[in-house]
Design a binder for this molecule. Structure first.
Ligand SMILES: *[C@@H]1O[C@H](CO)[C@@H](O)[C@H](O)[C@H]1NC(C)=O
Ligand SMILES: *[C@@H]1O[C@H](CO)[C@@H](O)[C@H](O)[C@H]1NC(C)=O
Ligand SMILES: *[C@@H]1O[C@H](CO)[C@@H](O)[C@H](O)[C@H]1NC(C)=O
Ligand SMILES: *[C@@H]1O[C@H](CO)[C@@H](O)[C@H](O)[C@H]1NC(C)=O
Ligand SMILES: *[C@@H]1O[C@H](CO)[C@@H](O)[C@H](O)[C@H]1NC(C)=O
Ligand SMILES: *[C@@H]1O[C@H](CO)[C@@H](O)[C@H](O)[C@H]1NC(C)=O
Ligand SMILES: *[C@@H]1O[C@H](CO)[C@@H](O)[C@H](O)[C@H]1NC(C)=O
Ligand SMILES: *[C@@H]1O[C@H](CO)[C@@H](O)[C@H](O)[C@H]1NC(C)=O
Length: 478
């Protein structure tokens, strides 16, 4: 009897202790801090650490896929008809992008590096070859006409073009259009132009886009691998578009040490001439690793009526093209290049209707970034942009015929990466471990509650015979 009640009371005592310990753990956040410390130790760029070698040579393959729009009715378009295009591709390249010339600075709080990209054709992931032909806008010719339309040399340029038979549209080898070819018209005008080669990715193979300075995360782990400077300019809001590091750090007190759903994520993109931001859209899972999907909201591309903040993208000032388009002429040496999402996704319907063959689809044509919230690592990303040319009748150049004023799609690209299975396995382990660690206080509390229930049951059992005996007594005595 004595032994039994001792057992019951110790159950009660242990229950109370567990409850106090569990609640204390929740309130003091010890396990959250423990976890933060563990993650902090792992994410720092330091010679010899795994994070450093992954940063220097990211293991998951990055693919660059190009799709072209093959024009089927050039003569009709010059006569004022709507262009009709057929999408061809993908022409897929594996992108290698190691960090080179790595130098640590300021006691290892920052690191300097260049990030040259090399593109190698992947026939197995392509439909067609680099020798395929594509009929599209002759960008050098259009650029030259735009440049000389008000110049004294207009007639000279016009005659040159007539004699060589160059017009608005021409057929090109895919490889040449991408990586560069010698343009005969530009060659004739070489006194006026810096280079008589043209290609959408001319000189982009094996070259770096200037120096980057990254934070190592030593000072503040949330800055891990964040870009500090690019090309000597301070880059507070710019984040590298390649790895795990596109995120503005939160204050660390939140449940997810690195990323929350309310984050505004900046995507650094040197070929867009601007940075882009993305907002949380949904929960996803990549190779079994949980992630948050971020996509650029439609306001990013909206016209001024919808988003007055976009006034800065109307160039020259006050000259707005409508939703979804960006005039990047200034950073393309005066070529009338206009960027958009593929198939004019999220752009004014007018641009979609202006060309037969446009078919914008959210899943295929939006830019997405999937991030593991716990570590801030990139699980999957796809940057999708389209290159267009602004076409209209250019005075003094009969080559432009009766062409409509329109934004003509030339090509779009999808630069994508998915975490490799090996890294995903490691990350799954980290996430599982984190879930266990974070749940320890709740497990302790649950065990406490369970013991409490057992305690109450035992107490009732123990009390029951006694009380019934006590009730019976008066009966007997009466
Ligand atoms: C990292 O360490 C290795 C060997 O200790 C050395 O050769 C290399 O230069 C170091 N790298 C950097 C960026 O300091
Ligand atoms: C580097 O560390 C040393 C010793 O801790 C310190 O004296 C020095 O000021 C630090 N230098 C920089 C640039 O932070
Ligand atoms: C890029 O350069 C690499 C190495 O120099 C070469 O192997 C590859 O074929 C080049 N890619 C293109 C598209 O020219
Ligand atoms: C693109 O169109 C041109 C002209 O019609 C044709 O010769 C070429 O084969 C087409 N390209 C592809 C890849 O279908
Ligand atoms: C990004 O972080 C910096 C400093 O941590 C802060 O000043 C800035 O407002 C943040 N930007 C956004 C968009 O949250
Ligand atoms: C701006 O976009 C909205 C929605 O797409 C559209 O209704 C409106 O007409 C556009 N305004 C201008 C000035 O184009
Ligand atoms: C694009 O910008 C350039 C340079 O700022 C300007 O000359 C051109 O007219 C603009 N194009 C369109 C279609 O607005
Ligand atoms: C890239 O995007 C295109 C559509 O924009 C899609 O067809 C293709 O499968 C994507 N590539 C990868 C590797 O996800």
């Amino acid at each position: 009897m004595w032994l039994r009640s001792c057992c019951v009371y110790s159950t009660g005592l242990v229950c109370i202790l567990l409850l106090i310990a569990g609640i204390a753990m929740v309130l003091s956040q010890v396990f959250l801090k423990l976890l933060n410390n563990r993650i902090k130790e792992q994410i720092i760029l330091e010679n010899g650490t795994e994070a450093f070698s992954v940063w220097q040579n990211p293991p998951p393959p990055v693919y660059m896929q190009f799709y072209f729009f093959n024009l089927t009715n050039p003569a009709e378009v010059l006569n004022g008809d709507k262009p009709s295009v057929v999408e061809i591709g993908p022409y897929t390249y594996r992108e290698y992008r190691p960090k080179e010339d790595v130098k640590f600075m300021d006691n290892g709080t920052r690191v300097e590096a260049v990030n040259p990209k090399t593109y190698v054709f992947e026939p197995d992931m392509s439909r067609g070859s680099e020798d395929d032909l594509v009929r599209t806008v002759n960008i050098p010719a259009v650029t030259v006409m735009e440049k000389f339309k008000d110049s004294l040399f207009r007639r000279f340029v016009f005659d040159l073009m007539m004699s060589s038979g160059e017009g608005v549209f021409q057929t090109f080898r895919v490889g040449a259009l991408l990586w560069g070819y010698e343009d005969p018209l530009l060659k004739e005008l070489k006194e006026f132009v810096p280079d008589y080669h043209f290609g959408l990715f001319y000189k982009k193979n094996g070259t770096d886009d200037s120096d980057y300075v990254f934070f190592t995360g030593r000072q503040n782990y949330q800055d891990f691998a964040r870009i500090n400077q690019w090309n000597g300019q301070s880059a507070l809001k710019w984040w590298s578009s390649d790895e795990c590091n596109m995120i503005n750090g939160t204050d660390g007190a939140s449940f997810h040490p690195i990323i929350t759903k309310t984050e505004k994520l900046y995507i650094f993109s040197s070929d867009l001439c601007r940075s882009l931001y993305a907002l949380y859209e949904s929960d996803v899972s990549v190779h079994g690793v949980p992630g948050f999907r971020f996509v650029p909201p439609s306001e990013v591309f909206a016209n001024l009526t919808v988003n007055p903040d976009n006034a800065g993208f109307c160039v020259p000032e006050g000259n707005c093209l409508g939703s979804g388009l960006l005039n990047v002429s200034v950073c393309k040496e005066g070529a009338p290049i206009i960027m958009s999402s593929p198939h004019f996704y999220q752009a004014d319907d007018k641009f979609v209707q202006d060309v037969f063959g446009m078919n914008p689809k959210k899943e295929e044509h939006e830019t997405v970034v999937d991030i593991n919230p716990l570590t801030g690592l990139l699980l999957r990303g796809a940057k999708r942009v389209q290159v267009n040319v602004f076409l209209h009748q250019i005075p003094g150049f009969s080559q432009t015929g009766k062409i409509r004023t329109l934004v003509f799609p030339v090509m779009y690209l999808n630069e994508s990466v998915v975490i490799d299975e090996e890294s995903a396995k490691k990350l799954r382990a980290v996430v599982t471990e984190a879930n266990v660690i974070l749940n320890v206080p709740f497990i302790v509390i649950s065990v406490g509650v369970l013991l409490g229930v057992i305690f109450i049951v035992l107490m009732c059992r123990q009390k029951l015979p006694q009380s019934s005996a006590a009730e019976r007594q008066p009966l007997l005595s009466s």
